[in-house]
Design a protein around this ligand. Structure first.
Ligand code: ZN
Length: 220
């Protein structure tokens, strides 16, 4: 049973329901290259269901019977207003909070689906596939660009900077809203930098967003 609820970093609940989690594939050139994927000419969008969300601060339970589960560390944006065909300015004003997410991916299942030209939901939408951190109000972080990182067992594995996004955050949210409506409580994941790799039981993950968010979790 999923009991995920958005929270602020100070522990207070965000009184918005999680609807959908909209993700973009290949938004960092270095990650597209590491998986030998071409860079798409328009944003490659997919959706993780609300049932995939879990609290990143709790130990992670991952599938053990469908091949490797890869971590993808991503900046998450909590949406605070409805957005339909929104301008960049409307998209900017609808951004309520920043957090971090793991876009967990059954990589072998995904490779198989990709080879067959099929959708990725079985690889990306399983229960627990989207650990989400608490959120920080957008106004409390720099407006320019944001840096985040993932250490696994004390070793730096991923390092992301939103200044090198192929589709920057605000235009991306605007673009998404031209494809389908975003609602308050929805979350947008902005893509992963290079360094993705498999999770293993017993690992400790340390995620950091600027100086504002520092989280540790373990893999069960
Ligand atoms: Zn991803």
């Amino acid at each position: 049973m999923n009991n995920y609820q958005h929270h602020w970093k100070d522990g207070l609940p965000v009184h918005l329901p999680l609807g959908k989690i909209v993700c973009i594939g290949r938004n960092y050139a270095d990650h597209a290259a590491e998986l030998n994927n071409p860079i798409p000419d328009s944003p490659l969008l997919f959706i993780k269901p609300s049932t995939s969300a879990v609290h990143l601060t709790r130990p992670l339970r991952i599938p053990t019977d469908r091949g490797e589960v890869h971590f993808e560390t991503e900046l998450a944006v909590l949406i605070g207003r409805p957005l339909t065909a929104a301008s960049h300015e409307e998209a900017r004003q609808a951004m309520l909070g920043y957090g971090l997410a793991l876009d967990l991916t059954l990589r072998e299942v995904q490779s198989d689906l990709k080879a067959k030209g099929q959708p990725w939901e079985r690889a990306k939408g399983f229960d627990g596939a989207c650990p989400l951190s608490p959120f920080i109000p957008v106004a409390q972080l720099p407006q320019t660009h944001l840096h985040f990182s993932l250490d696994v067992d004390g070793e730096r594995r991923q390092s992301g900077d939103t200044s090198v996004l192929l589709n920057p955050v605000v235009p991306l949210i605007s673009y998404i809203s031209h494809q389908f409506t975003l609602l308050p409580g929805d979350v947008v994941l902005t893509g992963t930098p290079k360094g993705v790799g498999p999770l293993h039981s017993g690992q400790t993950l340390r995620l950091q967003l600027e100086e504002s968010l520092l989280l540790e979790t373990t893999v069960l």
